[in-house]
Design a protein around this ligand. Structure first.
Ligand code: AMP
Length: 474
């Protein structure tokens, strides 16, 4: 998963892009990059957090009226430096690009492009999108030609992706895959008569910088903003949307709004659904404890609904990154204890309703249950707002290997035993649908039904590659 933010204005956008990227840090912590255009393309990218990649001096160098920022967490590609985004090409004219998402036919497309002219150097799928796009462009610029090239990308590049581009001396192009699997919002602000238009993976980076959310880029829609801030948009594909449910469950910031649904509201609703399911078990508990931070929202609603105290029995060290972002299993296992500190007075002798957003590999859940028991919990009842994740994601969430997904291997009862909980309860898929209230969702990781079909070879290659990457990072 990655985060992108792009802004075009008649004044320097770098302060907003930089601050926006700080609000996108939760979407990726491996590398950060900015490309801007001011008489020439300026590109700075490196491994690390936004705040460590850019110095004041560098931001000064990037100063421009148009810029794109990217925070990266790799789903395809493992070399941090080569694969860090943004990327650029110079033919037929200079273009800078960053994206969020994943292609299912990446390997095949890369092969095809390299047979032609050996142009793809990284193993990052955005480079493939860039070359398909650039090769479809005529020498002469026109907005119509840009849209035709996006159409070509839609025809060739299969998967889930949101893309931002800087077109030298012309403006900013944004588009979203034909199913709108990955999110992309648009916002606007006018300060002292100077207008700016911005795009981002979620609304938070834009609202924190004073933008007003206009809405979402639609499935298969391309939007071009020229240097006079005039907008042209076109719908270039007709498929039904399939928005990734995991954005609301876990990935996006609680303050963000996607597809007109507040992430916070969705999580509150997930907590209410869990409460309904819990009531049916007939079990008794003493306290609701959320696994910070994502599940705090759902946990608070659950506690309210079943009339139990809500207590922060686990406190998060906020200076340690999300555990799954650390590529190897080994790192993840060690970091759970570093990250979560138990508050014994809220745990000892209690029957705890532990709420987490999801169980992916099961590693974290097992550690947390043990942590609570080691600190005297009488019972640990584990509640997950997300239904069992049984199938890999090929559209940009890091759930690539069936072998790694605990719910793909084990039944609910077996998982309960494996993580050491006294009871395990998942929201059902129907409960999730009710909580989100969005008709067009991608639920592939819960149902195995993929809105964009995944070639069999890709499936196994993808799994193998990701497992190897994890080994390399150990
Ligand atoms: P685990 O079950 O050990 O993989 O850890 C799952 C926890 O990590 C969940 O509660 C989430 O908070 C978080 N998480 C979210 N997305 C992912 C992901 N793609 N891979 C691993 N962990 C994730």
């Amino acid at each position: 998963m990655c985060g992108i933010v792009g802004i075009i204005s008649k004044q320097d956008v770098l302060p907003d892009v930089f601050v926006g990227m700080l609000s996108l840090q939760h979407r990726g912590q491996d590398s950060a990059g900015i490309i801007s255009y001011n008489e020439k393309m300026n590109l700075i990218k490196d491994e690390g957090l936004v705040s460590s990649v850019f110095t004041e001096k560098e931001l000064e160098k990037l100063k421009a009226n148009i810029a794109i920022g990217h925070t990266r967490y790799p789903t395809v590609g493992s070399d941090f430096t080569i694969d860090a985004q943004p990327f650029m090409v110079s033919k037929p004219y200079e273009i800078g690009i960053a994206h969020n998402g994943n292609l299912v036919n990446y390997v095949e497309l890369r092969k095809e492009l390299n047979l032609k002219n050996n142009c793809v150097v990284s193993s990052c799928d955005v480079e493939v999108i860039l070359h398909v796009f650039a090769q479809a462009l005529p020498e002469e610029f026109s907005v119509e030609a840009l849209f035709e090239a996006v159409k070509k990308v839609f025809e060739k590049a299969k998967g889930g992706y949101s893309v931002l581009m800087i077109i030298k001396d012309k403006g900013m192009l944004a588009f979203r895959d034909p199913r709108a699997i990955r999110p992309l919002v648009v916002a606007e602000k006018t300060v002292d008569g100077v207008e700016s238009i911005a795009f981002s993976s979620e609304s938070l980076p834009l609202t924190t910088t004073g933008f007003k959310l206009i809405g979402n880029i639609e499935a298969g829609e391309a939007v071009f903003v020229n240097q006079n801030l005039e907008i042209t948009s076109k719908k270039l594909a007709k498929e039904n949307p399939a928005h990734c449910m995991f954005e609301w469950v876990y990935f996006s910031a609680a303050e963000s709004i996607l597809e007109n649904l507040e992430v916070y509201t969705a999580r509150i609703n997930l907590g209410r659904e869990l409460a309904d399911a819990w009531k049916k078990t007939g079990l008794k508990a003493d306290v609701v404890v959320p696994v910070p931070d994502t599940s705090r929202t759902a946990g608070s609603r659950l506690a309210e609904e079943i009339d139990l105290p809500y207590r922060e029995g686990l406190i998060k060290n906020r200076y340690i990154g999300r555990t799954f972002i650390m590529a190897s299993q080994v790192k993840r296992e060690n970091s759970v204890r570093l990250k979560l500190n138990p508050v014994e007075s809220e745990i000892k002798g209690k029957r705890i309703l532990l709420v987490d957003d999801s169980i992916v590999r099961g590693t974290t859940s097992k550690k947390i249950v043990k942590l609570l028991k080691d600190h005297g919990a009488e019972k640990v009842y584990f509640l997950s707002t997300c239904p069992p994740i049984i199938s890999p994601c090929f559209y940009g969430i890091d759930m690539p290997s069936k072998a790694e997904l605990i719910a793909a291997r084990l039944s609910v009862e077996e998982i309960r035993k494996e993580i050491g909980a006294d009871y395990l309860l998942y929201n059902s898929v129907d409960a999730l649908k009710r909580a989100l209230g969005i008709k067009d969702l991608c639920l592939a990781c819960l149902t195995g039904k993929y809105p964009v079909s995944v070639p069999k070879e890709t499936e196994s290659e993808f799994e193998k590659k990701r497992i190897e990457e994890r080994k390399e990072h150990k």
